[in-house]
Design a protein around this ligand. Structure first.
Ligand code: C2E
Ligand code: CA
Ligand code: CA
Length: 403
């Protein structure tokens, strides 16, 4: 048997009848939606909240067919039952659609329906739910989402140094999550698509920033010059459609007493900044005082001409261009142009993914920029930054490489 169901019908009276009958059979959490759209919004937000979705087929805005088509995109893995007085031909169509979209359609409650029929549907829904609970996919996703909600996030920090003085100038926050009982940290490429699918990217961003500023504050006395360090936060371009983003990030900085002008918001270049809304939010972040950085430059949509149309304060050149740059004429020309641009437009240039000594030396011989990569330091938890920085400074004082 099951404890929670979502019922979807545009008729209030039908909803009440079904609600009363389900409650009688022990389903104590009942949520109602008036059409498919409302149901999808609820499921997108909390895909694991319900064990059964009962839907009418004929509804305004979004009908039951469209709901069946899209329901598995929300991450919902439980059973679906339909509830309609439409003829068999339409019901058969719904069954085909469900099969095509891997939806567990468990039956049709023809209106008016018998209590016994409802009971057997609930039993079937219970079995489907138990099966889903056993599947690794479900438990992994569920644990991940709960870990974010509970704030079990460990921000790692990757140091960035000045290419001329070799001093630490910034730290990029790179998010890691360790779910309870797991030995290994999960890497972002694994969890970000799941977090995105569940509509929790903003929550992840806020929790990551909050935790990062708190961890940084605990160790800043171990890091010489920490009062001048920039901290960079990654934000997906699609998050710029959220009006509240600048305000929320500002509040988190204020609460942590971290100056806004030292926080840099990195936007990946993989997706075009295609709407006025996204560009407006970028402008508002800038107006609020944050730095804004174009991440992974060279992999996406922006060309050098476009950079000037946006309020970027920094460009991060992707590691694919930095790799073997000492030996690659094309990358060298692009870097030179970027450095010229940086002089004229007051942009900071960051070279990412510096792994080899030869890359490091080549970049150090060029105009001033910021360097980041495994050669300098791998991302690490805050408590290891002080020790890393002492070792880094010692290494360069001894070798005298610093210019
Ligand atoms: P990114 O922003 O381009 O971050 C740099 C990635 O390259 C990091 O991977 C870092 O560990 C790795 N890296 C740094 N130096 C080197 C190097 O010398 N060689 C190589 N091969 N790799 C290097 P990570 O931590 O796995 O993060 C992957 C991506 O996930 C990040 O790429 C960023 O786009 C995203 N990400 C991480 N944390 C967050 C977050 O809190 N929010 C969002 N929206 N995205 C995040
Ligand atoms: Ca980044
Ligand atoms: Ca990057």
């Amino acid at each position: 048997m099951i404890a929670s169901a979502l019922i979807v019908d545009d008729s209030a009276s039908q909803l009440s009848i079904l609600e009363a009958q389900l409650a009688d059979l022990g389903v104590h959490t009942l949520v109602k939606a008036r059409d498919g759209k409302e149901a999808l919004e609820l499921l997108n937000h909390q895909p694991y909240r319900f064990q059964l979705v009962v839907t009418d087929l004929k509804m305004p805005v979004m009908d039951g067919m469209q709901l069946i088509e899209s329901i598995s995109d929300t991450g919902y893995v439980g059973a679906v039952a339909i509830y309609s007085s439409l003829e068999n031909r339409v019901v058969k169509l719904a069954i085909d659609l469900a099969r095509e979209h891997q939806v567990h359609l468990i039956g049709n409650l023809t209106k008016p329906f018998e209590a016994e029929h409802l009971l057997s549907l609930l039993e079937r829904a219970g079995r489907i739910h138990a099966m889903a609970m056993c599947s690794g996919q479900f438990s992994k996703q569920k644990v991940l989402i709960e870990s974010i909600e509970k704030g079990l996030i460990t921000p790692y920090f990757q140091p960035q140094v000045d290419s001329h003085t070799l001093e630490l100038v910034g730290l990029e926050i790179l998010c890691r999550i360790k779910a309870p009982g797991e030995m290994e940290f999960l890497r972002p490429e694994l969890f970000i698509p799941i977090v995105e699918k569940h509509g929790l990217m903003d929550l992840l961003t806020y929790k990551t920033l909050e935790q990062a500023l708190s961890d940084f504050s605990n160790v800043k006395s171990d890091i010489p010059g920490s009062e001048n360090l920039n901290i960079s936060l990654n934000v997906l371009p699609q998050q710029l459609t959220n009006d509240k983003l600048p305000e929320m990030i500002a509040t988190i900085c204020d609460l942590a007493e971290f100056p806004k002008e030292r926080l840099i918001i990195e936007i990946t270049e993989g997706q075009a900044l295609d709407t006025t809304k996204k560009i407006m939010t970028l402008e508002r972040l800038r107006i609020a005082g944050f730095g804004v950085s174009l991440d992974d430059f060279g992999t996406g949509f922006t060309n050098m001409g476009q950079i000037r149309q946006y309020p970027f304060t920094e460009i991060k050149i992707d590691r694919s261009m930095i790799q073997n740059i000492y030996d690659d004429r094309v990358s060298q020309v692009i870097l030179n142009t970027m450095l010229e641009l940086s002089d004229n437009f007051d942009l900071n240039i960051v070279a990412e993914g510096v792994e080899k000594e030869a890359e490091f030396n080549y970049l150090g011989s060029k105009g001033r920029m910021t360097l980041q990569g495994y050669l300098i330091s791998r991302p690490k938890p805050a408590e290891e930054l002080g020790r890393w920085y002492s070792a880094w400074l010692r290494q360069f004082k001894q070798s005298g490489t610093s210019s």
